[in-house]
Structure formats: C-alpha cells, structure tokens
Write a protein that binds this ligand. Structure first.
Ligand SMILES: Cc1ncc(COP(=O)(O)O)c(C=O)c1O
Length: 388
C-alpha cells in the first residue's frame, strides 16, 4: 500500500489530457505549457561540446561556478540587483527545487499561503512537506492581481511562507512591482518567508516584470531555462536562497538531487549569456497568439474579462457550457480535436474554467479557433453539446 503522502498527491490533469490527446490524430495541443521556440543555437553547441569533452561526472551540488556567476550577472543585467553566486544553487529543473524549498522552509503543520488559482503542483509540494495550504482568492476583474490585505488576513503565527508566481500559470497575470513590494513588507513585518516562482520571467508582453529580489534578500526565488529559452527537456533550474538558509537548502540538495547534469549546465550557461534581444521575436509571436485567442474567446463569450500580460496561458470561463470543466474539455477534445486542461486542478477559483496554452504554433491556434467556431456555433444552435 503506497504511503498516505503518495495517495494524497493528486494527478496533474494537463498530463492526463496530454496522454489521451496523444492517442488521437490531428489534435491541436493547447493543454501543456511546452514552448515551441528553439533554444538558442549557442546552448545546443555548448552542451554538445561539453559532452564531447567528457563532462559527464557529478558537479558540486551547488552547480558549476561559471554557471552560478552567469546567473548572478543575469540578475544584475536584468533587474539591477546584486545576487552573490554563493546564494545560487543550480537544480535539475525548478520542479524538484520547489519541493526542496518546501522541505527547507515548512515545519510539519505550518501553512503556506497560495494564490487561487495556483500552479497545480504547489499544494502537493506543500503537503509533501507535511504543511497545510491556505489560499488567497484572485479576481479576474482585478486582472488576478492579489490584494495585500487578503494575504494579511491569511498570515498567522503558523505561516511559514507565502508563495508568489508572476507571470503566472494558469492565468498569465503579471504582478505589479508595488504589490510585490507591499507583500515583501508584509512578510518582513510578520516574519514570513516569500517564495517566488519566476520561471516565466522574460515572457511578459504588456507589463514590466519585477523580481522579488529587487525588494528583498530574504526570499527563495526559483527560475530556470525551461520556459524563457524553450529548454523544458534539459531539466535545468536554480534557486536563489536567503543568506541564512542557503546551507540548509544545499544539504537537502546534496542528499536528494546530488547535482544538475554536468554538460547541461554548460548549455544552460550559453543560453543565459545569449543577448536578451534574442527573445524579442518570440515575445512578439506569443503576444499575437494571445490576441488571436482572446478575440476568439470574446466572440464565444467565454473570456473572463481580463488580458493575460505574460506567460502563455489564458483561462476560459466555461460555466455557461453544458457539463463541468472536465466534460467540456472532453467535448473539445472528442468533437473538435482541441486539447485544453480542465481548470479544477488549479484551485477552486478555476473550477469552471479551461486553461488554454498558446505556446503552440500560430497555424495550430488558427485551426483550433476554426474548429471551436464550428463546435460552439452548433452549441448555440442547441443541437450538439450534450450533458453526459
Ligand atoms: C509555474 C511553474 N513553475 C514551475 C514549473 C516547472 O518548470 P521546470 O521545467 O523548471 O521544472 C512550471 C512548468 O510548467 C510552471 O508552470
């Protein structure tokens, strides 16, 4: 019998939908957050060269010094903040880093405050650290910008951390610098940690992005090469830890992760050192796709009245369509060959939604829109969608 902890870990619907969608022909995949951009060529070349040089052994658990230096330079160049490489620990992707962060920060029974909607695995990570989840609900009418007073109402003596994610999955919302600054201030007043998942940084279209590191050193900041450089399968992330918690974090990394793959670290360094303008075209393409999809959602009457300013997700309100979000996702897949993720995984505020990812090609998005035009017009003629 698997442990209670394992049994309480919920599956990730996006992966379930992907599995089912992959069994069909001609599906437009809008269920996963897999960027369709090619990594910088220099990254591939550096990784291959490093592999050929035989860099196949373990590295320090903290990561190669050259990579940590180049991550520190990235923070200086991008946000004008001085992050000493000693506070940076490289990990095999940011997902295990999230778990290790929870294990470092949460004592059994303590709480982590999440925004709702949240990235689906967050509550699982909190529970795996024997923590409890509390939530702050976000309102699409405010572009999913958190209210500081809502966080304040959730913070108690038992709160270990508040978790921020901007640009956010699943909403695509980008938090303002003022809100981040106020939340940091709240954390300082209440002795709460801030954990900031910045994996979508670099992918903001209409709003400036701010790193929590602009406001404090006392935060765990997670990032990596997956989204910004289109390098999901390379499995390379990092954490910037507060000065007093780096050593504890590293002890867990030594035991659980050992290190990120050696030659991948060299490829990642080349990606991070790529000219920032490299991303301009990709960003513009994402913005155009977002507008295409948002226009269609408005026409279908399933938009939520907000414009996602970053990442590559749009939440759609499907409460007026027959069936629950899982059933609507089934109908989209089976009748229109369009795969989207049912919202309930992302929290109670996303219960009646689907998450559409526009990280797929523009042609595919146009195809999905045509197919859904047909399906939803049949629905409005009340002839097609059926409650199962
Ligand atoms: C908000 C968020 N954080 C973390 C991750 C995990 O990224 P990585 O590939 O670095 O494990 C994802 C992946 O979709 C994500 O959406």
């Amino acid at each position: 019998m698997p442990s209670k902890r394992a049994m309480e870990t919920s599956p990730f619907s996006a992966m379930d939908v992907l599995e089912r969608a992959s069994e069909r022909e001609g599906v437009v995949h809008m269920e996963v957050g897999e960027p369709d951009i090619e990594p910088p060529a220099a990254a591939t070349e550096a990784a291959i060269a490093s592999l050929r040089e035989g860099n196949l052994d373990y590295t320090s658990s903290r990561g190669k010094p050259e990579l940590r230096k180049s991550i520190a330079d990235y923070y200086d160049r991008t946000y004008g903040v001085d992050v000493p490489p000693e506070r940076i620990i490289v990990t095999p992707g940011s997902s295990p880093a999230l778990l290790v962060t929870m294990l470092t920060t949460v004592n059994p029974g303590e709480e982590v405050v999440l925004t709702d909607p949240y990235y689906a695995p967050y509550p699982n990570f909190v529970r795996q650290a024997d923590g409890r989840v509390s939530t702050v609900t976000l309102d699409p009418g405010r572009d999913f910008e958190p209210r500081v007073e809502d966080f304040e109402a959730q913070v108690t003596d038992e709160t270990a951390a508040m978790m921020l994610n901007s640009p956010a999955n699943p909403t695509g919302a980008v938090m303002s610098g003022d809100t981040i600054a106020e939340l940091v201030h709240l954390a300082e007043r209440t002795g709460t940690r801030v954990i900031s998942d910045e994996i979508y940084h670099g992918l903001a279209y209409d709003a400036p992005e701010h790193s929590v590191l602009e406001y404090t050193d006392e935060a765990f900041v997670l990032d990596g090469v997956s989204k910004r450089y289109g390098m999901t399968g390379w499995r390379l992330g990092w954490v910037v830890a507060p000065p007093d918690e780096v050593e504890a974090f590293n002890r867990l990394v030594q035991n659980v992760l050992i290190c990120a793959p050696n030659f991948v670290q060299d490829g990642a360094r080349a990606a991070i050192e790529t000219e920032p303008s490299w991303l301009d075209d990709a960003r513009e393409t994402y913005r155009e796709r977002r507008d295409l999809l948002l226009d269609a959602a408005r026409r279908w009457g399933i938009d939520m009245g907000y414009t996602p300013a970053g990442a590559y997700y749009l939440l759609l309100d499907v409460s007026d369509l027959p069936g629950d979000a899982f059933e609507v996702a089934d109908v989209f897949l089976e009748e229109a060959n369009v795969a989207m993720t049912p919202g309930p995984d992302f929290g109670s505020m996303a219960e009646d939604t689907l998450r559409a990812s526009y990280a797929t090609s523009t042609e595919d998005i146009e195809l999905a829109i045509d197919r859904l035009d047909d399906l939803l017009s049949e629905f409005t003629a009340e002839t097609h969608l059926s409650r199962s």
